[in-house]
Design a protein. Structure first.
Length: 118
């Protein structure tokens, strides 16, 4: 049986865990989404060329209120290593879902001071 050699596709350095960490560290929750209490997932597709450059970023299913634009911004920040495939230039297609979850509200502490009235 012959050993088949497949084309090597682009992979994010460090795998999916590193990708999740990058998104979490760089996500800036849009102010409009915070004001309207919007949460959800933005689904995108994009391509990475043989030089590792991200292009053709498209929102497949968005939630609006600035979240779609923020998700696109983050995907455009991704850096992939270049791929050399026996002289063949390959575009690798990816799909990603970026989660927008509002930060948990911190309870407000109120201190009371009682004074005696005369």
């Amino acid at each position: 049986m012959k050993d088949k050699k497949f084309v090597k596709k682009a992979e994010y350095p460090g795998g999916s865990e590193a990708l999740k960490k990058f998104v979490k560290e760089n996500l800036r929750y849009p102010q409009e989404a915070v004001l309207h209490r919007v949460e959800g997932k933005v689904f995108l597709k994009y391509e990475v060329n043989d030089k590792g450059k991200v292009h053709s970023v498209v929102v497949v299913n968005g939630i609006g209120y600035g979240c779609d634009e923020e998700a696109k911004r983050i995907v455009k920040l991704l850096k992939y290593p270049g791929q050399i495939n026996k002289g063949v230039r390959i575009n690798t297609k990816f799909k990603i879902a970026i989660h927008f979850n509002l930060p948990k509200a911190k309870p407000i502490q109120i201190k009371y001071t009682y004074t005696k009235s005369s």
